[in-house]
Write a protein that binds this ligand. Structure first.
Ligand code: NOJ
Length: 524
């Protein structure tokens, strides 16, 4: 199993620094604000944090366009503030990972500025350039005509994000470098140096942006990129064996082979994860599995998830999440009850789960104008709602100075109101987290046996040790065949919904799961 022991019981909370908590009244969140709210996160039961990029940047892609990898953006504070955050996190026996963007920098990064000069220098091969301004980069997006250097450079994402050069898997043009050449070798060294810098100051690992994008025109199974990670990990994981790495890859077996400890199961077009919560991107009506009136079963999810689970089990983790900064909040189409059932599932499954800030109180997806390259993602990035005070407790700044508007609805959920209501989503998430931490059977690497047969049943039924979890998100009762007769008389230890488990036939091991319910049964 993963060598990073603390991951076994880790539950991450993702913080978008722009909008978490503002302590200096400038309308934008800051690191001191995160420090002030650590006890809130700890009390909820999350014990690890993923902090979105907080580095110096022109913010054309919300900080995923890094201008200086080793400097905290002044709007969030100073490097000293971040070092203090590491300390405060550790004092509370928590961990914090930063966001590493290894595939591209900002066009304003000094490496790129040097690379664009018309004379050969240390950074000339740090990015991918052709030989002439009139020579394009094949099928890849590129820019030419903007630099004194005669050449076009490749982009990795937006126009502001030139691709770093890790080489081509099989170079086919004279300007393409192989992975072995000096330029790509130096890029790896530079990225290892960035990781070393933050790990030496107390960070506990990295979420890695577009981790599968490094080597260009890679092999069908990303052979080149996997090799690059193996090379970098052979240095950095050796020096920091407790550092955790989670990839934005969405292919757990490949990410595991590359050396990552966890891989995100992302909402990629029509995939299994998307079928659970956001099954509306291909058609207008949401038909997500967790919607009470959904017409589809678990097939799309299980056929993908179980294959990856079997291939990675015992070696690395699949990380599912409630949402992230790129994904519409579940609340866009689901109600709190439906979301709570998803949390029941997320927090009792194996792997390392991630909760997006504000999902624990059911924050909404807001229709707001694009900010810093967010476009449709912006609606998921609005300020955390703490209380009924000014700007819902996010900031003392005038409303028009806020980074993004707060939810204007009269019934906007807040931490304050959620805590006061014993039946709120907040308390469900908190109780589930307490259960997860209490019982070893729910830890990331503890066994899971899935009993739901592909496409045969609508309920998710899985065992974790002596516990049986049954999720029935539909609005009808469902007959469930128990994997073991002992569950027919087992103790109900957790429930969402009325929790009545009706034994239809003890001999035949059949029970009925109530509509929109989640139960955990424990056999002796
Ligand atoms: C994925 C990040 O999650 C997203 O927010 C960003 O825009 C792109 N990668 C580019 O870095």
């Amino acid at each position: 199993m993963s060598k990073v022991a603390w991951l076994k019981d880790a539950v991450f909370y993702e913080i978008y620094p722009q909008t978490f908590y503002d302590t200096n009244g400038d309308g934008i969140g800051d690191i001191k604000g995160i420090i002030e709210k650590l006890d809130y996160i700890k009390e909820l039961g999350a014990n690890a944090i993923w902090l979105n990029p907080c580095f110096d940047s022109p913010f054309k892609d919300a900080g995923y366009d890094v201008r200086d990898y080793k400097k905290v953006a002044s709007r969030y504070g100073t490097n000293e503030d971040l070092y203090r955050l590491f300390e405060e996190v550790h004092k509370r026996k928590m961990h914090l990972i930063l966001d590493l963007v290894p595939g591209h920098t900002s066009e304003e990064h000094s490496w790129f500025v040097e690379s664009a000069k018309d004379y050969w220098n240390t950074y000339s091969s740090r990015y991918i350039w052709t030989r002439h301004a009139f020579e394009g980069i094949g099928g890849h997006p590129y820019i030419s005509g903007e630099s004194e250097r005669p050449g076009a450079y490749m982009l990795n994402f937006f126009k502001c994000q030139p691709a770093l050069n890790y080489g081509f898997y099989r170079p086919s043009e004279p300007w393409q470098q192989s992975m072995k050449e000096e330029g790509p070798q130096k890029t790896k060294e530079a990225m290892v140096d960035v990781m070393d810098f933050w790990l030496s100051h107390g960070c506990d690992g990295f979420r890695v942006d577009m981790a599968d994008s490094l080597v260009k025109e890679d092999g069908p199974e990303k052979e080149g990129t996997r090799q690059v990670w193996k090379d970098m990990f052979s240095v950095i994981q050796k020096k920091y064996p407790d550092a955790a790495f989670v990839s934005e890859w969405c292919n757990a077996p490949l990410s595991m082979d590359a050396g990552f400890h966890m891989d995100f199961y992302l909402d990629h077009g029509n995939n299994g994860y998307q079928s659970l919560l956001r099954d509306y991107l291909e058609h207008s009506e949401d038909d997500s599995y967790f919607k009470a009136d959904s017409t589809h079963d678990t097939t799309r999810f299980l056929s993908e998830y179980m294959e990856w689970y079997q291939k990675t089990k015992g070696k690395s983790y699949i990380s599912m999440f409630s949402c992230n900064h790129d994904t519409p909040r579940a609340k866009r189409t689901l109600g709190d009850r439906e979301i709570s059932l998803f949390f029941g599932f997320l927090l009792t499954m194996p792997g390392v789960p991630f909760i997006y800030y504000g999902d624990e109180i059911g924050m909404r997806f807001l229709e707001v104008k694009s900010k810093e390259g967010g476009y449709q993602r912006t609606g998921t990035r609005t300020p955390m709602q703490w209380n009924s005070g000014k700007n819902l407790g996010f900031s003392e700044a005038p409303m028009n100075a806020l980074y993004l508007p707060v939810d204007p609805s009269v019934d906007a959920p807040t931490v304050e109101s959620a805590k006061a209501d014993q039946d709120s989503l907040y308390h469900i998430v908190k109780d589930l987290l307490a259960l997860r931490h209490k019982e070893k059977a729910f830890q990331a690497d503890a066994p899971m046996v899935m009993h739901t047969l592909k496409g045969k049943e609508q309920a998710l039924v899985y065992e974790r040790g002596n516990f049986l979890c049954i999720v029935n998100p539909s609005n009808t009762s469902l007959e469930i065949s128990l994997p073991d007769e002992a569950y027919a008389t087992a103790k109900l230890i957790y429930k969402i919904g009325d929790g009545l488990v009706e034994v239809l036939s003890k001999e035949k091991k059949i029970i009925s799961a109530r509509p929109q319910s989640f139960v955990v049964l424990k056999k002796d």
